[in-house]
Design a protein around this ligand. Structure first.
Ligand SMILES: [Zn+2]
Length: 98
């Protein structure tokens, strides 16, 4: 009986999905690339000002507000080197920040 009730509850699934996407998105970590060490974090831009968007330095295309994307900066050169990348662009990025 209890199992049936859990499976039917839409809130369970909802909660789990939310949790997974948060995990995927928000764990900051260090990545090493050819150009050095980078502090990397993913964001959906939700905390940004309304209407704010970014130009990805790899493909020079605007990242639309609400898109989950990668924010990275050179840990040695400092947070002023912070850039916003499409997730796939960050993967191919060779590690030299403009
Ligand atoms: Zn890009």
């Amino acid at each position: 009986m209890k199992k049936n009730r859990r499976r039917k509850s839409p809130r369970d699934g909802e909660y789990q999905e939310l949790d997974v996407s948060r995990l995927k998105m928000s764990i900051p970590h260090i990545e090493q690339k050819r150009g050095g060490e980078f502090q990397v974090q993913q964001t959906n831009g939700a905390s940004a000002e309304e209407g704010k968007s970014w130009i990805c330095p790899v493909c020079v295309v605007t990242i639309a507000p609400g898109t989950i994307h990668t924010v990275a900066w050179d840990v040695h050169r400092g947070v002023q080197t912070r850039r916003h990348f499409h997730n796939h662009c960050w993967k191919i990025f060779d590690g030299i920040l403009p």
